[in-house]
Design a protein around this ligand. Sequence first.
Ligand code: ADP
Length: 160
Amino acid sequence: MNKKIAVYAGSFDPIHNGHIDIIKRGLKIFDEIIVAILINEEKKYLFSIEERIKLIKKSINNKNLKVETFSGLLVDFMKMKNAKVILRGLRAVSDFEYEFQMALMNHHLNPEIETFFMVPKEEYTYLSSKLVKEVVKFGGDVSSLIPEVVHQALKNKLKF
Ligand code: ADP
């Protein structure tokens, strides 16, 4: 039987509870989820690829979860992994337009690929890695929004 593999792609700089909510719920639907960290040389990240991988692995421990990196087209990475589903988290209506374009483009590039959208728990709908970093930088409390290991790593990185 073919394994149902979903790919959850993004920058995960760093992983937060919104991501984790989608991954945990996705693991009930798919046989395997590959968290695929996009390597983008042009963008600046707070955490290195290795640090981001480590934080994801320390935050969720499940034998059906793999963490990998990719560059280039997501559809090419998926072909290599024999994955047919792109898993995406939808936060707000503002995410919709971009997500809609991406889903149509990826389907155009490979009609066998489907995009699967999930909505996180309400308390995580406003959460983004960018916002978490900003709040921690100024000493705000985000302890209920990120795993402890991520909180520590952020404090060390931002010397707070
Ligand atoms: P972020 O905006 O947090 O930096 P990423 O680029 O790491 O997000 O996004 C990876 C995936 O996680 C995308 O599908 C994105 O829509 C989803 N995602 C991001 N934040 C949340 C959240 N709070 N709840 C659910 N899904 C999310």
